[in-house]
Design a protein around this ligand. Structure first.
Ligand code: PAZ
Length: 316
C-alpha cells in the first residue's frame, strides 16, 4: 500500500463524471424547490448515500474490487426520511436496492405477472397489494419533488457526486443532513496509474499496489458543507474495536453522530455514538425496520442541532 493521495490530485486525475453539468442542474433545481420558503416551511434536506463503491483495476474495466452493501439500509432510511418530511437526495450504487422496492421479490420480475386467457398481462393476485403500495408511495415521492436519485458505481463517481451534493446542500445551512450509509472503498488504484487495457494473466501472479483513498469527511465537514448535520457509519467485523473506531471517527472527522454496526448483526442492532453518549438500538420484532427507529432518533438530534445553531426552535 502506498500513502494516501491528496484530495486535489484525486479529483484532478479522476475521470470526469458523465453528465456532470446535467447532474449539477438537477441538484440546483431540487435544492431550490425544496428550500423555497413555500416548500413546507423550507424543508430539511438529507443526502442518503447507499450501496458499495467499486474500485476498477483497468481503465477499460473488466475487473474491479467491490465493497459489501446491498443498499437495503439506505433505501429503507430514504423511505422513513421522506415520511418524516425530509427531501432526500438518494446517492446510490447502480443496481442496488431502491426505495419502495424492498418488499418486492428480487428473484424475478416475471413473478409479479400473470397472463390471463385473453393473453392480457396483469399483476399476480399474490403481489397486487404490495405492488400497488410500492407504486403509490414511489409516485407520491417523485411527484411531490421530494426525492432525487443519483447513481454511482466507482469510487471516482461517488466522491465527485458527494462533493457536488455537499457544495450544493451547503446553501440550506444546518437544515442539510448527510446520512453516509454507503460502503466506501478505503483503497484504490489512481486513474493515472491504472492499466488501460485488461490485465493479462500470461505474466503470472498479479502484484498490485493500492493507494489509500483520501479521507473526504474532513473536507465535507470543514469546507464543502460546514453547517450540515453529519452522520457517518462505521462497519466492523471485530466487536472488540467497533465503538473505539466509531469514537475515533466522531472526533477525527468532527461528525455529529457515528452509527456503528457489526457485519454479523447490522440488521438487528446499531450503536448510535455521539459526543455525549452511546445508545444501542435493537430491532424488537421481525416485521419492524430498524431504520424506522434510527431515522426517528437521528431526526430528533437534527432538530436539536438546528435549534442550537439558529438559537431558537421555530425554524426546525
Ligand atoms: O446496504 P446494507 O443494508 O446491505 O448494509 C448497510 C451497511 C452495513 C453497509 C451500513 O450500515 C454501513 O455500515 N455502512 C458503512 C460501511 C463502512 O464502514 O464502510
Amino acid at each position: 500500500m502506498v500513502a494516501a493521495e491528496d484530495p486535489e490530485s484525486f479529483f484532478a486525475t479522476a475521470p470526469p463524471l458523465r453528465d456532470a453539468d446535467a447532474v449539477s442542474a438537477r441538484l440546483r433545481d431540487f435544492i431550490a424547490r425544496n428550500s423555497h420558503p413555500s416548500a413546507a416551511s423550507g424543508r430539511r434536506i438529507v443526502c442518503v448515500t447507499s450501496g458499495g463503491t467499486t474500485v476498477p483495476l483497468e481503465q477499460r474495466c473488466v475487473r474491479y474490487i467491490d465493497n459489501f452493501s446491498s443498499g437495503h439500509r439506505g433505501a429503507a432510511s430514504t423511505e422513513y426520511f421522506l415520511k418524516a418530511g425530509y427531501a432526500v437526495i438518494f446517492v446510490h450504487r447502480r443496481g442496488s436496492c431502491q426505495p419502495y422496492c424492498r418488499f418486492l421479490p428480487d428473484d424475478s420480475f416475471l413473478k409479479f405477472f400473470d397472463v390471463d386467457a385473453e393473453s392480457k398481462v396483469q399483476v399476480a393476485e399474490s403481489h397486487a397489494t404490495m405492488v400497488k403500495k410500492a407504486i403509490g408511495d414511489y409516485c407520491k415521492a417523485m411527484e411531490g419533488g421530494s426525492l432525487l436519485k443519483l447513481a454511482f458505481s466507482t469510487i471516482f463517481e461517488y466522491l465527485q457526486l458527494l462533493k457536488m451534493v455537499a457544495t450544493s446542500i451547503s446553501s440550506v445551512g444546518p437544515r442539510g443532513m448527510f446520512y453516509l450509509a454507503a460502503a466506501v472503498s478505503d483503497f484504490y488504484v489512481p486513474w493515472d496509474r491504472m492499466a488501460k487495457h485488461k490485465i493479462q494473466s500470461a505474466g503470472g501472479p498479479l502484484d498490485m499496489r493500492l493507494s489509500q483513498v483520501p479521507k473526504m469527511l474532513s473536507l465535507l465537514r470543514n469546507q464543502w458543507a460546514p453547517l450540515a448535520f453529519c452522520i457517518s457509519f462505521k462497519l466492523e467485523t471485530d466487536s472488540g474495536i467497533l465503538v473505539q473506531k466509531a469514537d475515533m471517527a466522531l472526533n477525527k472527522y468532527n461528525m455529529n453522530i457515528v452509527v456503528a454496526n457489526l457485519l454479523a448483526t447490522y440488521k438487528q442492532e446499531v450503536v448510535i455514538v455521539t459526543e455525549k453518549e452511546r445508545s444501542t438500538i435493537r430491532k424488537i420484532n421481525r416485521d419492524e425496520d430498524l431504520e424506522e427507529q434510527m431515522v426517528e432518533i437521528l431526526s430528533q438530534n437534527h432538530s436539536k442541532y438546528i435549534c442550537g445553531i439558529t438559537n431558537g426552535c421555530n425554524q426546525s
